[in-house]
Ligand binder design. Sequence first.
Ligand SMILES: *Cc1c(COP(=O)(O)O)cnc(C)c1O
Length: 420
Amino acid sequence: MTSYVSTRGSETASLREAVLQGMSPRGGLYVPTQIPTFDWPPPEGSVAEWLAPSLFPSLEPDVARRIAQDACDFPFPLVQIDDSSFILELFHGPTHAFKDVGARFMADLVSLFATGSGNEITVLVATSGDTGGAVANAFFGRRGTRVVAVFPLRGVSETQRRQMTTLGDNVEAVAVEGTFDDCQRMVKECFSDPSLSARHGLTSANSINVARLLPQAVYYLEAARRFREPVHFVVPSGNLGNLCAGLIASKGGMPHAGFTAAFNRNHGVADLLQGSSFETRDSIRTLSNAMDVGNPSNLERIQWLYKSDDALRVDVRGDWVSDEDTVRAIASVHRREGYVMDPHTAVAFAVAQRLDAGVTPVVILSTAHPAKFPEVVEDAICESVSMPETILSARQKNELMSVIPPDLGKLKELLDGGRQ
Ligand SMILES: *Cc1c(COP(=O)(O)O)cnc(C)c1O
């Protein structure tokens, strides 16, 4: 059954092919042949279970619902900050990052497809922060799967690193002496090597994968149904998977009062949304490091969805803030409201402060628990942040990782070397 088509033309794929290939063979991104639509508002009960059969129409509806139930078994609380601003906490999953939602859906789908095929599936993932931990945790211990998480040695926090390096078993951590863009390039090159791909049953778990991308629509719908009027969403953005899922939800029938994509100093897409043309840039290190992306992979999908940049600019605004603004936002919200934000959420919060007063209500997506970035947060609030139990226990465990230069050959050796 054809469910997906490439952004670059006519290549099509079933759900299984799209999930296991990640990208189309000629380098495009898969998009649904038909954007999932739904009647608004959702009924009482789990939005995830209600939406899953339309997100994945090629699955038996019961299977889709069961996967949704397993993948979204944690809440998305909405915290009111002032008259018109709300923070949507997406970090109550096992690794305290919003990426748990997509990663858990994907792990469920991959194990569904791996079951009975008899071949090991290797999830090769480049991560600038939370992806690796979320994916590693979602796949950990699942038979028939291996996770290789590739991250910039100096570009992730200690907690993020430990979520990849302390699991062991079917999870391998590879630290690259380079930037996230180096990691992303090396991983892309592995995927474009057909014999390597075939040998290992390589599959991607980056936000380009439809299995990760589409389920993120769930929490937009969950938030929107709690308001009587349409909501303006502010989304801390890096590779733009999160934003893309919100836009798909809006195309499917969710009422909204627009979106704002919030960036740190890696703001090429903010410039695009403000009227310039887009240029790929080298990524710059910031305090919100999961958003340090110079060439966001989901931009192509978003541009496909809207057909023209002018049409995109009608629904989506873009803005960015510096590290200084980010720290100031963490400090001032803590001082005024006693609420502690992580640096990624703070980027979105600072951007939201600049919206016109008429834009209301505003829902700011909070993508990580503040305890994942204790150095930055504690400096800003001059207090310690309370640590969830899972983060504390990872601190006691031994770390295991390979450190390599940004060299494709070295990564291929590790893949072929397999587990010792
Ligand atoms: C990944 C990540 C982002 C960026 O999300 P995209 O879908 O890549 O735009 C923002 N904040 C945190 C904490 C993240 O881990």
